[in-house]
Design a protein around this ligand. Structure first.
Ligand code: MN
Length: 315
C-alpha cells in the first residue's frame, strides 16, 4: 500500500481536475469518502469536483460540500482523473458513468467483495469495514489529515460498521477510529447524528414498515410501496435502518426489506447473520457484502418479495 500510495499521489497531485464520485442513493460511507477525498485532493494541489446525488440531511454536518458540482450539465465536465469510491460496479455510478468513460485516468477505491475492478487502478480491499477505511489507508501516506477530513472518514466508518459493531470491524478499524479521534472530533456526537437521531418522517416510514412486517421461519421481511414512500415524504437514504432493525428481532437470522422506486422498479435490501446474501443479491444483478447486500429488481414490490424469499429458501 505504501508504494501504491506514492503512485497515486503522483497522478493525483499532477492532475488538474479530479472528479470524485460514488454510487447512486449514497449512504454515509459514500458521502464521507467523497468529501474526505475532495478535501485531500485540494490539499495536494488539484481541483476536486464531486458528482453525487442528493443525500440525507443527517450527513450535512460533514465539511467539503463546496466541492460538490452544482451545475446541471455533466457533458461540460472535462475529467482528468476520475475516482469512483464505494462503488461495486461502473453502472452504480448512475449519471456520472459517462464522465468516468471520458477520463484519462480512472481509480476505483472500494471494500465491496462483489467489486468487478472496473477502473484502470483498482484499490479494492474486500475485507475492510468501509470505503472510508480504505481511503484512510491510502491518503495517510501522503497527506497530513485535519479535523474535517477525520470527521468525514469517521462518519463513513461509523455508518458502515454501525458504530464499530459489525463483523467487518477489525482491530485495524478500531485503531483507525482512534487515530481519527485524535484530530479532535466528537465521536459520540457523530454516532448520535448518523445512527440514532431520526426525523419524524423517518419514524413515519418505520411505523409503516413495521406495520407490513411478516415472519417466515427465521426470515423477517417487510416492504413499502412507492405510494407509501410518497405519502411519508421520505427519501431513499432515510430508509436504511429498517432492514437492520428487523434483523435484530430475536430468532431471526435473515432480514429482507424491499421498497418501490419512482421508476417502477424495486429496491431489495438483505441482511443476514449467517448465509451469504451477497450471492443472493447477485442473482438479481446486485451485490455488496457477505452479510449485507442489495439489488434493484425490475418488477413490482410483490414480485420482488416472492422471488427473494424463494431464493433465500433455496440457499
Ligand atoms: Mn461502504
Amino acid at each position: 500500500m505504501e508504494t501504491f500510495s506514492t503512485d497515486i499521489y503522483k497522478i493525483w497531485s499532477e492532475s488538474k481536475n479530479i472528479i470524485i464520485s460514488t454510487h447512486t442513493n449514497p449512504d454515509g460511507d459514500a458521502v464521507g469518502a467523497v468529501l474526505a477525498l475532495a478535501m485531500t485532493v485540494k490539499i495536494i494541489g488539484a481541483e476536486p469536483i464531486i458528482l453525487i446525488e442528493n443525500y440525507s440531511e443527517k450527513f450535512d454536518f460533514i465539511k467539503g460540500k463546496e466541492y460538490i458540482y452544482d451545475g446541471d450539465n455533466y457533458d461540460e465536465i472535462k475529467p482528468d482523473v476520475f475516482i469512483a469510491v464505494d462503488c461495486g460496479s461502473k453502472d452504480r455510478l448512475g449519471m456520472a458513468e459517462a464522465v468516468f468513460d471520458r477520463a484519462n485516468s480512472t481509480f476505483n477505491i472500494d471494500h465491496h467483495v462483489s467489486n468487478d475492478n472496473f477502473a484502470q487502478n483498482n484499490i479494492v480491499l474486500g475485507g475492510d469495514s468501509s470505503s472510508c477505511e480504505v481511503v484512510y489507508k491510502i491518503i495517510k501516506n501522503f497527506c497530513i489529515l485535519n479535523k474535517d477530513i477525520a470527521e468525514a472518514l469517521y462518519t463513513g466508518i461509523v455508518t458502515d460498521t454501525f458504530g464499530f459493531k459489525y463483523n467487518s470491524t477489525s482491530k485495524k478499524t478500531m485503531e483507525i477510529g482512534g487515530s481519527l479521534i485524535e484530530f479532535g472530533i466528537n465521536p459520540s456526537e457523530v454516532q448520535d447524528k448518523v445512527l440514532y437521531e431520526h426525523t419524524t418522517v423517518e419514524v413515519e416510514a418505520f411505523r409503516r414498515a413495521l406495520n407490513n412486517l411478516k415472519f417466515d421461519g427465521d426470515i423477517a421481511y417487510t416492504y413499502l410501496s412507492y405510494d407509501e414512500i410518497k405519502e411519508c415524504g421520505v427519501s431513499n437514504g432515510d430508509l436504511d435502518g429498517i432492514v437492520e432493525y428487523i434483523l435484530n428481532i430475536k430468532g431471526m437470522s435473515i432480514s429482507v426489506f424491499v421498497y418501490g422506486k419512482k421508476d417502477g422498479r424495486t429496491k431489495i435490501s438483505l441482511r443476514s447473520k449467517k448465509i451469504d446474501v451477497n450471492k443472493i443479491a447477485s442473482t438479481f444483478g446486485g451485490g455488496g457484502h457477505l452479510l449485507a447486500a442489495g439489488a434493484i429488481f425490475d418488477g413490482s414490490v410483490e414480485e420482488a418479495l416472492n422471488i427473494v424469499l424463494n431464493e433465500i429458501k433455496k440457499s
